[in-house]
Design a binder for this molecule. Sequence first.
Ligand code: DOR
Ligand code: ZN
Ligand code: ZN
Length: 439
Amino acid sequence: MKILFKNAKIVSSKKIETKDVFVKNGVIEKIASSLNVKADKEYDLTGKYLMPGVIDAHVHFRCPGYEKKEDWESGSSAALSGGVTTVFDMPNTKPHTTTVEALEQKRDIARAHSKVNFGFFFGAEPANLEQVKKARGIVGVKVFMAETTGHMIMEKEVRLEKLLEALFTDNQYIIAVHAENEDMFKRRVEVYKDEHKPEIHSLIRSDAIALEAAKTAVHLAKKFNGRLHLCHVSTKKEMELLVKFHGKNVTCEAAPHHLFLSVSDYMKQENFVKINPPLRSIKDQKALWGGIKLEIVDMIASDHAPHLKAEKRKDYWEAPAGVPGVETSLPLMLNAVNDDMLELKDVCALMCENPADIFGLAGKGYIREGFDADLVVVDMNMEKPVENRKLYTKCGWSPYAGRVLKGWPVMTFVNGIVGMVNGRVVIEKVIGREVVIER
Ligand code: DOR
Ligand code: ZN
Ligand code: ZN
Protein backbone atom coordinates (compact mmCIF):
# COMPACT_ATOMS: atom_id res chain seq x y z
CA MET A 1 0.00 0.00 0.00
CA LYS A 2 1.42 3.38 -1.08
CA ILE A 3 0.06 6.69 0.20
CA LEU A 4 1.03 10.19 -0.87
CA PHE A 5 0.25 13.20 1.33
CA LYS A 6 0.50 16.46 -0.60
CA ASN A 7 1.07 19.89 0.97
CA ALA A 8 1.12 18.66 4.55
CA LYS A 9 2.12 21.07 7.28
CA ILE A 10 4.46 18.65 9.04
CA VAL A 11 4.66 19.17 12.78
CA SER A 12 7.66 18.52 15.02
CA SER A 13 8.66 20.05 18.34
CA LYS A 14 11.18 22.25 16.49
CA LYS A 15 9.32 23.51 13.44
CA ILE A 16 6.34 23.25 11.15
CA GLU A 17 7.08 23.02 7.43
CA THR A 18 4.99 22.25 4.36
CA LYS A 19 6.11 19.15 2.47
CA ASP A 20 4.90 16.03 0.69
CA VAL A 21 5.15 12.69 2.44
CA PHE A 22 5.28 9.30 0.72
CA VAL A 23 4.37 6.20 2.71
CA LYS A 24 5.08 2.69 1.50
CA ASN A 25 4.27 -0.57 3.29
CA GLY A 26 3.65 1.10 6.61
CA VAL A 27 6.85 3.15 6.64
CA ILE A 28 7.55 6.82 5.84
CA GLU A 29 9.69 6.38 2.75
CA LYS A 30 10.28 9.92 1.49
CA ILE A 31 9.69 13.49 2.62
CA ALA A 32 10.36 16.29 0.11
CA SER A 33 9.10 19.67 -1.10
CA SER A 34 7.34 18.18 -4.07
CA LEU A 35 6.92 14.51 -4.76
CA ASN A 36 5.50 13.09 -7.96
CA VAL A 37 5.25 9.40 -7.28
CA LYS A 38 2.50 6.95 -8.06
CA ALA A 39 0.48 6.00 -5.00
CA ASP A 40 -2.61 3.88 -4.36
CA LYS A 41 -4.10 6.80 -2.48
CA GLU A 42 -3.35 10.51 -2.52
CA TYR A 43 -4.50 13.07 0.06
CA ASP A 44 -4.20 16.81 -0.49
CA LEU A 45 -3.70 18.18 3.02
CA THR A 46 -3.62 21.87 2.08
CA GLY A 47 -4.43 23.84 5.23
CA LYS A 48 -4.15 20.82 7.49
CA TYR A 49 -1.39 19.63 9.79
CA LEU A 50 0.27 16.23 9.76
CA MET A 51 1.47 15.10 13.18
CA PRO A 52 3.09 11.89 14.38
CA GLY A 53 0.39 9.68 15.90
CA VAL A 54 -0.19 10.33 19.58
CA ILE A 55 1.51 7.93 22.01
CA ASP A 56 -0.66 7.61 25.11
CA ALA A 57 1.58 6.13 27.80
CA HIS A 58 -1.22 5.45 30.28
CA VAL A 59 -4.51 3.66 29.52
CA HIS A 60 -6.61 1.04 31.28
CA PHE A 61 -8.16 -1.12 28.55
CA ARG A 62 -9.53 -3.47 31.23
CA CYS A 63 -8.70 -6.86 29.69
CA PRO A 64 -8.81 -9.45 30.90
CA GLY A 65 -11.39 -9.26 33.65
CA TYR A 66 -13.39 -6.08 33.22
CA GLU A 67 -14.56 -6.35 29.60
CA LYS A 68 -17.89 -4.73 30.48
CA LYS A 69 -16.05 -1.42 31.01
CA GLU A 70 -13.74 -1.65 27.97
CA ASP A 71 -12.02 -4.14 25.71
CA TRP A 72 -9.26 -3.84 23.12
CA GLU A 73 -11.75 -3.49 20.27
CA SER A 74 -13.60 -0.56 21.87
CA GLY A 75 -10.56 0.96 23.57
CA SER A 76 -8.40 0.93 20.45
CA SER A 77 -11.30 2.31 18.38
CA ALA A 78 -11.55 5.16 20.90
CA ALA A 79 -7.80 5.69 20.51
CA LEU A 80 -8.06 5.87 16.71
CA SER A 81 -10.89 8.33 16.92
CA GLY A 82 -8.74 10.55 19.16
CA GLY A 83 -5.62 10.47 16.95
CA VAL A 84 -3.83 8.02 19.25
CA THR A 85 -1.78 5.36 17.45
CA THR A 86 0.05 3.74 20.38
CA VAL A 87 -1.17 2.98 23.91
CA PHE A 88 0.53 1.56 27.00
CA ASP A 89 -1.83 -0.57 29.05
CA MET A 90 -1.75 -0.71 32.84
CA PRO A 91 -1.55 -3.92 34.91
CA ASN A 92 -4.58 -3.55 37.24
CA THR A 93 -6.64 -6.03 35.25
CA LYS A 94 -7.97 -9.39 36.46
CA PRO A 95 -5.68 -11.25 36.86
CA HIS A 96 -3.17 -8.51 37.63
CA THR A 97 -0.37 -8.36 35.08
CA THR A 98 2.13 -9.45 37.71
CA THR A 99 3.21 -12.78 36.27
CA VAL A 100 4.80 -13.67 32.95
CA GLU A 101 1.80 -15.90 32.29
CA ALA A 102 -0.67 -13.03 32.78
CA LEU A 103 1.46 -10.81 30.53
CA GLU A 104 1.37 -13.42 27.76
CA GLN A 105 -2.38 -13.77 28.17
CA LYS A 106 -2.80 -9.99 27.78
CA ARG A 107 -0.44 -9.97 24.79
CA ASP A 108 -2.59 -12.56 23.03
CA ILE A 109 -5.72 -10.47 23.60
CA ALA A 110 -4.16 -7.24 22.32
CA ARG A 111 -2.62 -8.96 19.29
CA ALA A 112 -5.99 -10.38 18.34
CA HIS A 113 -8.05 -7.22 18.87
CA SER A 114 -6.06 -3.98 18.93
CA LYS A 115 -6.45 -1.50 16.08
CA VAL A 116 -3.57 0.59 17.42
CA ASN A 117 -0.02 -0.25 18.46
CA PHE A 118 0.49 -1.19 22.08
CA GLY A 119 2.88 -1.75 24.95
CA PHE A 120 2.42 -3.15 28.45
CA PHE A 121 3.32 -2.11 31.95
CA PHE A 122 4.08 -5.04 34.24
CA GLY A 123 2.80 -4.73 37.81
CA ALA A 124 5.18 -5.02 40.77
CA GLU A 125 4.00 -6.36 44.11
CA PRO A 126 6.16 -7.25 47.12
CA ALA A 127 6.19 -10.93 46.25
CA ASN A 128 6.71 -10.98 42.48
CA LEU A 129 10.20 -9.60 41.97
CA GLU A 130 11.34 -12.79 40.24
CA GLN A 131 8.49 -12.45 37.77
CA VAL A 132 9.37 -8.79 37.14
CA LYS A 133 12.94 -9.79 36.32
CA LYS A 134 11.69 -12.36 33.82
CA ALA A 135 9.26 -10.02 32.03
CA ARG A 136 10.38 -9.29 28.48
CA GLY A 137 9.40 -6.60 26.00
CA ILE A 138 7.51 -4.46 28.52
CA VAL A 139 7.54 -0.64 28.47
CA GLY A 140 8.08 -0.42 32.23
CA VAL A 141 7.04 -1.59 35.68
CA LYS A 142 4.08 -0.01 37.48
CA VAL A 143 3.96 0.44 41.23
CA PHE A 144 0.79 1.59 43.00
CA MET A 145 1.80 3.28 46.25
CA ALA A 146 -1.78 3.59 47.51
CA GLU A 147 -5.07 1.78 47.21
CA THR A 148 -6.92 2.60 43.99
CA THR A 149 -9.12 0.82 41.43
CA GLY A 150 -7.97 -2.75 40.94
CA HIS A 151 -6.46 -3.22 44.41
CA MET A 152 -2.80 -3.38 43.55
CA ILE A 153 -1.11 -2.00 46.59
CA MET A 154 1.73 -2.70 48.96
CA GLU A 155 0.51 -3.46 52.44
CA LYS A 156 3.36 -1.87 54.33
CA GLU A 157 5.47 1.10 53.48
CA VAL A 158 8.60 -0.78 54.54
CA ARG A 159 7.86 -3.42 51.95
CA LEU A 160 7.15 -0.73 49.38
CA GLU A 161 10.51 0.89 50.01
CA LYS A 162 12.23 -2.49 49.82
CA LEU A 163 10.47 -3.17 46.54
CA LEU A 164 11.37 0.20 45.03
CA GLU A 165 14.95 -0.26 46.24
CA ALA A 166 15.12 -3.61 44.49
CA LEU A 167 13.53 -2.28 41.29
CA PHE A 168 15.70 0.84 41.13
CA THR A 169 18.86 -1.16 41.85
CA ASP A 170 17.99 -3.70 39.17
CA ASN A 171 17.59 -0.68 36.82
CA GLN A 172 16.34 -2.84 33.99
CA TYR A 173 13.10 -0.94 33.52
CA ILE A 174 11.45 2.44 33.92
CA ILE A 175 9.52 2.36 37.19
CA ALA A 176 6.21 4.18 36.77
CA VAL A 177 4.62 5.13 40.05
CA HIS A 178 1.11 6.04 41.15
CA ALA A 179 2.25 8.29 44.00
CA GLU A 180 -0.17 8.66 46.89
CA ASN A 181 0.78 7.83 50.49
CA GLU A 182 -1.34 4.94 51.75
CA ASP A 183 -1.01 5.60 55.51
CA MET A 184 -1.93 9.26 55.21
CA PHE A 185 -4.84 8.30 52.95
CA LYS A 186 -6.19 5.81 55.51
CA ARG A 187 -6.03 8.42 58.27
CA ARG A 188 -8.02 10.88 56.20
CA VAL A 189 -10.63 8.27 55.35
CA GLU A 190 -11.29 8.04 59.10
CA VAL A 191 -11.93 11.80 59.23
CA TYR A 192 -14.45 11.83 56.37
CA LYS A 193 -16.01 8.38 56.72
CA ASP A 194 -19.48 9.63 57.59
CA GLU A 195 -19.75 12.07 54.69
CA HIS A 196 -20.99 11.23 51.22
CA LYS A 197 -20.57 14.34 49.07
CA PRO A 198 -18.23 13.71 46.09
CA GLU A 199 -16.35 16.93 46.99
CA ILE A 200 -14.71 15.12 49.92
CA HIS A 201 -12.62 13.17 47.41
CA SER A 202 -10.10 16.00 47.01
CA LEU A 203 -10.02 16.55 50.77
CA ILE A 204 -9.39 12.90 51.57
CA ARG A 205 -6.70 12.47 48.92
CA SER A 206 -5.04 15.80 49.67
CA ASP A 207 -2.09 17.33 47.85
CA ALA A 208 0.12 16.50 50.86
CA ILE A 209 -0.61 12.80 50.29
CA ALA A 210 0.58 13.02 46.69
CA LEU A 211 3.65 15.03 47.67
CA GLU A 212 4.70 12.60 50.40
CA ALA A 213 4.59 9.60 48.08
CA ALA A 214 6.29 11.50 45.23
CA LYS A 215 9.08 12.51 47.63
CA THR A 216 9.59 8.91 48.74
CA ALA A 217 9.75 7.71 45.13
CA VAL A 218 12.11 10.49 44.03
CA HIS A 219 14.46 10.02 46.95
CA LEU A 220 14.65 6.26 46.46
CA ALA A 221 15.25 6.71 42.72
CA LYS A 222 18.11 9.11 43.49
CA LYS A 223 19.55 6.93 46.24
CA PHE A 224 19.61 3.77 44.13
CA ASN A 225 20.22 5.49 40.80
CA GLY A 226 17.06 4.11 39.21
CA ARG A 227 14.74 5.36 36.48
CA LEU A 228 11.51 6.85 37.86
CA HIS A 229 8.43 8.03 35.96
CA LEU A 230 5.77 9.77 38.05
CA CYS A 231 2.30 9.11 36.68
CA HIS A 232 -0.40 11.80 36.62
CA VAL A 233 1.26 14.58 38.64
CA SER A 234 -1.56 16.82 39.80
CA THR A 235 -0.34 19.34 42.38
CA LYS A 236 1.67 22.53 42.75
CA LYS A 237 3.64 20.78 45.49
CA GLU A 238 4.77 18.02 43.11
CA MET A 239 5.79 20.68 40.57
CA GLU A 240 7.94 22.36 43.24
CA LEU A 241 9.56 19.02 44.06
CA LEU A 242 10.21 18.32 40.38
CA VAL A 243 11.78 21.73 39.75
CA LYS A 244 14.59 20.32 41.90
CA PHE A 245 14.66 16.69 40.85
CA HIS A 246 13.27 16.44 37.32
CA GLY A 247 15.79 15.23 34.75
CA LYS A 248 16.89 12.25 32.72
CA ASN A 249 16.23 9.82 35.57
CA VAL A 250 13.05 11.41 36.91
CA THR A 251 10.29 12.09 34.38
CA CYS A 252 6.58 12.70 34.74
CA GLU A 253 3.26 12.86 32.95
CA ALA A 254 0.16 15.02 33.44
CA ALA A 255 -3.38 13.89 32.66
CA PRO A 256 -5.89 16.06 30.77
CA HIS A 257 -8.43 15.89 33.61
CA HIS A 258 -5.98 17.68 35.89
CA LEU A 259 -5.40 20.33 33.21
CA PHE A 260 -9.01 20.89 32.15
CA LEU A 261 -11.12 20.04 35.22
CA SER A 262 -10.87 21.17 38.83
CA VAL A 263 -12.50 20.68 42.26
CA SER A 264 -15.57 22.70 41.26
CA ASP A 265 -16.44 19.88 38.82
CA TYR A 266 -17.36 17.62 41.76
CA MET A 267 -20.45 19.80 42.30
CA LYS A 268 -21.46 19.47 38.64
CA GLN A 269 -20.37 15.95 37.74
CA GLU A 270 -20.28 14.25 41.14
CA ASN A 271 -18.72 10.77 41.21
CA PHE A 272 -18.33 10.78 37.43
CA VAL A 273 -15.17 12.82 38.09
CA LYS A 274 -14.07 10.75 41.08
CA ILE A 275 -10.52 9.91 40.06
CA ASN A 276 -7.23 9.06 41.79
CA PRO A 277 -5.35 11.34 42.25
CA PRO A 278 -8.39 13.62 42.59
CA LEU A 279 -9.26 16.85 40.82
CA ARG A 280 -7.40 19.76 42.33
CA SER A 281 -7.65 23.52 42.84
CA ILE A 282 -7.19 26.14 40.13
CA LYS A 283 -3.87 26.96 41.79
CA ASP A 284 -2.69 23.39 41.18
CA GLN A 285 -4.02 23.46 37.64
CA LYS A 286 -2.04 26.64 36.94
CA ALA A 287 1.09 25.05 38.39
CA LEU A 288 0.71 22.13 35.96
CA TRP A 289 0.46 24.53 33.01
CA GLY A 290 3.53 26.26 34.47
CA GLY A 291 5.25 22.86 34.53
CA ILE A 292 4.41 22.40 30.85
CA LYS A 293 5.96 25.79 30.03
CA LEU A 294 9.10 24.95 32.03
CA GLU A 295 9.29 21.51 30.38
CA ILE A 296 9.05 19.79 33.75
CA VAL A 297 5.94 17.98 32.55
CA ASP A 298 7.36 15.59 29.96
CA MET A 299 4.19 14.21 28.49
CA ILE A 300 0.43 14.21 28.46
CA ALA A 301 -1.03 10.76 29.14
CA SER A 302 -4.77 10.27 29.36
CA ASP A 303 -5.02 7.75 32.23
CA HIS A 304 -8.07 6.53 30.31
CA ALA A 305 -9.92 4.66 33.08
CA PRO A 306 -13.48 3.89 31.99
CA HIS A 307 -16.23 2.85 34.40
CA LEU A 308 -19.89 2.29 33.62
CA LYS A 309 -22.50 5.00 34.26
CA ALA A 310 -24.35 2.73 36.68
CA GLU A 311 -21.17 2.33 38.75
CA LYS A 312 -20.53 6.07 38.74
CA ARG A 313 -24.10 6.77 39.97
CA LYS A 314 -23.49 4.83 43.19
CA ASP A 315 -22.77 6.37 46.58
CA TYR A 316 -19.40 8.13 46.95
CA TRP A 317 -17.81 5.24 48.83
CA GLU A 318 -19.06 2.66 46.31
CA ALA A 319 -18.37 4.48 43.04
CA PRO A 320 -15.10 3.44 41.36
CA ALA A 321 -12.46 6.09 40.57
CA GLY A 322 -11.45 6.86 36.98
CA VAL A 323 -12.57 8.79 33.90
CA PRO A 324 -12.29 7.91 30.21
CA GLY A 325 -9.97 10.13 28.16
CA VAL A 326 -8.10 8.44 25.30
CA GLU A 327 -10.33 9.95 22.62
CA THR A 328 -10.49 13.46 24.02
CA SER A 329 -6.89 14.15 25.06
CA LEU A 330 -5.65 15.39 21.67
CA PRO A 331 -8.76 17.52 20.89
CA LEU A 332 -8.48 19.13 24.35
CA MET A 333 -4.82 19.97 23.77
CA LEU A 334 -5.52 21.28 20.24
CA ASN A 335 -8.27 23.46 21.67
CA ALA A 336 -5.74 24.74 24.22
CA VAL A 337 -3.46 25.67 21.31
CA ASN A 338 -6.30 27.69 19.82
CA ASP A 339 -6.72 29.30 23.26
CA ASP A 340 -3.00 30.28 23.23
CA MET A 341 -2.16 28.06 26.21
CA LEU A 342 0.70 26.45 24.23
CA GLU A 343 1.86 25.86 20.65
CA LEU A 344 1.15 22.96 18.32
CA LYS A 345 4.89 22.18 18.39
CA ASP A 346 4.61 21.75 22.18
CA VAL A 347 1.70 19.33 21.74
CA CYS A 348 3.92 17.31 19.42
CA ALA A 349 6.67 17.23 22.06
CA LEU A 350 4.27 16.29 24.88
CA MET A 351 2.18 13.70 23.07
CA CYS A 352 4.50 12.22 20.42
CA GLU A 353 8.22 12.89 20.66
CA ASN A 354 8.79 12.79 24.42
CA PRO A 355 6.87 9.56 25.09
CA ALA A 356 8.80 7.93 22.20
CA ASP A 357 12.17 9.21 23.47
CA ILE A 358 11.56 8.51 27.16
CA PHE A 359 10.28 4.98 26.69
CA GLY A 360 12.71 4.29 23.83
CA LEU A 361 10.17 3.40 21.16
CA ALA A 362 11.93 2.38 17.98
CA GLY A 363 10.60 4.13 14.84
CA LYS A 364 7.92 6.20 16.57
CA GLY A 365 7.13 9.76 17.65
CA TYR A 366 8.53 11.61 14.62
CA ILE A 367 7.68 12.17 10.96
CA ARG A 368 11.01 11.05 9.52
CA GLU A 369 12.11 8.86 6.65
CA GLY A 370 12.36 5.26 7.85
CA PHE A 371 9.92 5.81 10.74
CA ASP A 372 6.60 4.01 11.11
CA ALA A 373 3.69 5.65 9.31
CA ASP A 374 1.72 6.33 12.51
CA LEU A 375 0.20 9.65 11.56
CA VAL A 376 -2.64 11.98 12.43
CA VAL A 377 -4.12 14.69 10.23
CA VAL A 378 -5.25 17.68 12.27
CA ASP A 379 -7.76 20.38 11.33
CA MET A 380 -7.11 23.33 13.64
CA ASN A 381 -10.26 25.12 12.45
CA MET A 382 -12.78 22.36 12.99
CA GLU A 383 -15.11 23.25 15.82
CA LYS A 384 -17.57 20.81 17.36
CA PRO A 385 -18.77 19.58 20.74
CA VAL A 386 -17.69 16.39 22.49
CA GLU A 387 -20.74 14.13 22.22
CA ASN A 388 -21.31 11.03 24.31
CA ARG A 389 -23.21 9.25 21.53
CA LYS A 390 -20.20 9.51 19.20
CA LEU A 391 -17.67 8.05 21.61
CA TYR A 392 -16.14 4.65 21.01
CA THR A 393 -15.31 3.89 24.65
CA LYS A 394 -17.69 1.23 26.00
CA CYS A 395 -18.50 3.34 29.03
CA GLY A 396 -20.32 5.79 26.72
CA TRP A 397 -19.68 9.02 28.60
CA SER A 398 -17.06 11.74 28.88
CA PRO A 399 -16.46 14.38 31.55
CA TYR A 400 -16.11 16.85 28.65
CA ALA A 401 -19.48 16.09 26.99
CA GLY A 402 -21.01 19.28 25.64
CA ARG A 403 -17.69 21.15 25.58
CA VAL A 404 -17.16 22.77 22.18
CA LEU A 405 -13.55 22.24 21.11
CA LYS A 406 -11.72 23.89 18.23
CA GLY A 407 -9.00 21.70 16.70
CA TRP A 408 -9.65 18.01 15.94
CA PRO A 409 -7.89 15.00 14.51
CA VAL A 410 -9.65 14.22 11.21
CA MET A 411 -7.67 11.17 10.03
CA THR A 412 -5.55 8.61 11.84
CA PHE A 413 -3.11 6.21 10.17
CA VAL A 414 -1.59 3.24 11.98
CA ASN A 415 1.31 1.39 10.36
CA GLY A 416 0.42 3.11 7.08
CA ILE A 417 -3.24 2.10 7.12
CA VAL A 418 -6.10 4.56 7.47
CA GLY A 419 -7.97 3.83 10.69
CA MET A 420 -10.13 6.91 11.24
CA VAL A 421 -11.76 9.47 8.95
CA ASN A 422 -13.71 12.42 10.37
CA GLY A 423 -14.04 10.85 13.78
CA ARG A 424 -15.33 7.51 12.49
CA VAL A 425 -13.30 4.30 12.71
CA VAL A 426 -12.96 2.82 9.23
CA ILE A 427 -11.05 -0.41 9.80
CA GLU A 428 -12.44 -3.72 10.88
CA LYS A 429 -9.36 -5.86 10.99
CA VAL A 430 -6.56 -5.63 13.49
CA ILE A 431 -3.47 -3.66 12.55
CA GLY A 432 -1.88 -2.98 15.94
CA ARG A 433 1.55 -4.32 16.81
CA GLU A 434 3.50 -4.39 20.03
CA VAL A 435 6.10 -1.63 20.32
CA VAL A 436 9.82 -2.39 20.21
CA ILE A 437 11.78 -0.89 23.08
CA GLU A 438 15.32 0.41 22.60
CA ARG A 439 16.60 1.65 25.93
O1 DOR B 1 -8.82 6.87 39.27
C1 DOR B 1 -8.12 5.90 38.98
N1 DOR B 1 -8.62 4.91 38.23
N2 DOR B 1 -6.88 5.85 39.42
C2 DOR B 1 -6.14 4.73 39.28
O2 DOR B 1 -5.00 4.72 39.72
C3 DOR B 1 -6.69 3.54 38.64
C4 DOR B 1 -7.76 3.90 37.72
C5 DOR B 1 -8.59 2.74 37.26
O3 DOR B 1 -8.01 1.71 36.89
O4 DOR B 1 -9.81 2.86 37.20
ZN1 ZN C 1 -2.72 5.91 38.85
ZN1 ZN D 1 -4.12 4.92 35.74
